[in-house]
Design a protein around this ligand. Structure first.
Ligand SMILES: *Cc1c(COP(=O)(O)O)cnc(C)c1O
Length: 392
């Protein structure tokens, strides 16, 4: 199975003018680095908001925590899904107010809960009794929402197993919450990141509906569903566009809830920032490991430890572009470190011009999410990935 490589014009996301700016940066800055086009984040945010105007957007900070990204989204009216006290401190430092935040991580220490509470956050995710009790003790009177387990199937980057719990346990937690000093407020789930199967939201929303009804039987009115993230960015393999996701999700909600639509929260990360990033890297060298092997190896100055960890198991396939002419040959792509795991793509062969050689610039598109924040700290001495923003 062979996918088409990205060819220029690379995308409708990075304009030719922006790409020229990036190329200029490539000639003066040391590679690798990430360029984030704030105009694209703005466009993606407005687009999602436009398609689901009734939903409250809480940007998942972990996708791209660059100060300028957070400031831009704040100015556009976004709220935030915060996962740690460090993210919280960063948002507060930027002047972002706690009423715009929820503590979305189900895994937290008591003192973390207390810290969020002291700083003014009043909305918490939970998926087990220990954590629920801790919230009641250290964040009394707060609203809580219960996270449902999903299996992540259909997603390129599943978030299954670790988060959420079965509906029957959610029901027990709702019962428990009634007795505690917390407000059982709603439900949440995450269908898996880069979710290509829109039907996964249908399954999860149906479970929510069933739990809303069961909660009523014990006198609890739930009022909110947090639909999580999972909306796509544009990588090599095609996916439906945002408007289709929005249309379908709204239809699923209406089918179950009719006119009694609960408050809806979305937590997009990848779909807001992914398209906005271009990593500029350089070919270190190319090599053939056996005389008659049809594939060449290409070593880049960025790899798994430099911010491209989502290539693990070749999960995420970034569009890659090398500005050269010539017949194409197929390459195996690997990073610069002395770890044999540092191979980006081996099964999936990228066709590049056979004239590609050391020193050539490589443009890796759709790298605005889960790259810089994932890059290691000086593994093999390589510094963490630099990032610059343009536009905005
Ligand atoms: C990571 C995460 C998100 C963002 O998911 P995307 O697929 O990047 O949109 C949303 N919600 C929670 C709880 C997360 O952990």
């Amino acid at each position: 199975m062979k996918q088409k490589p990205y060819s220029f014009p690379l995308s409708e996301y990075i304009t030719q003018e922006k790409f020229n700016t990036i190329k200029k940066m490539a000639s003066s800055k040391k590679t690798p680095f990430l360029v984030i086009d704030l105009d694209i984040i703005k466009r993606n945010f407005m687009e999602l908001k436009g398609h689901l105007p009734f939903a409250k957007i809480h940007y998942a900070v972990k996708a791209n925590p660059h100060d300028n990204v957070l400031k831009l989204l704040y100015s556009l009216g976004s709220n935030f899904d915060v996962a740690s006290v460090y993210e919280l401190d960063q948002l507060l430092r930027l002047g972002i107010t706690p009423d715009r935040m929820l503590y979305g991580n189900t895994i937290k220490k008591k003192e973390n809960i207390q810290y969020f509470y002291e700083k003014g956050v009043r909305l918490f995710a939970t998926d087990c009794e220990t954590d629920l009790n801790n919230i009641a003790t250290f964040a009394p009177g707060s609203r809580v929402f219960f996270r449902l387990l999903t299996d992540g199937s259909g997603a390129d980057w599943p978030l299954s197993r670790k988060f959420g719990t079965h509906p029957d346990i959610v029901f027990d937690l709702i019962k428990q919450a009634k007795k505690l000093d917390v407000i059982p407020y709603g439900l949440s789930f995450h269908v898996g990141s880069q979710q290509r199967d829109i039907g996964q939201w249908d399954n999860a929303i149906s479970q929510c509906y069933y739990l809303f009804e069961s909660a009523k039987d014990i006198g609890v009115e739930l009022g909110m569903i947090n639909l999580g993230g999972g909306f796509p960015a544009h990588y090599n393999e095609p996916t439906a566009e945002t408007n289709i996701y929005a249309q379908e999700i709204e239809r699923f909600l209406r089918e179950d809830f009719g006119e009694n639509m609960p408050e809806i929260i979305l937590e997009p990360g990848r779909s807001l920032t992914g398209d906005a990033g271009v990593i500029v890297a350089e070919v270190i060298m190319t090599e053939k490991k056996a005389k008659h092997n049809p594939y060449k190896w290409m070593y880049l100055d960025i790899g798994m430890f430099g911010g491209m960890i989502e290539t693990i198991n070749e999960s995420i396939k970034y569009p890659i572009y090398i500005e050269k002419e010539g017949l194409e040959s197929e390459y195996i792509i690997a990073g610069p470190t002395c770890d044999s795991m540092d191979i980006l793509y081996e099964d999936y062969k990228y066709p590049f011009p056979s004239t590609t050689t050391g020193g050539d610039k490589v443009y890796i598109f759709t790298t605005g999410a889960y790259t810089q924040s994932y890059s290691s700290v000086y593994f093999n001495g390589f510094p963490p990935l630099e990032a610059y923003t343009i536009g905005g």
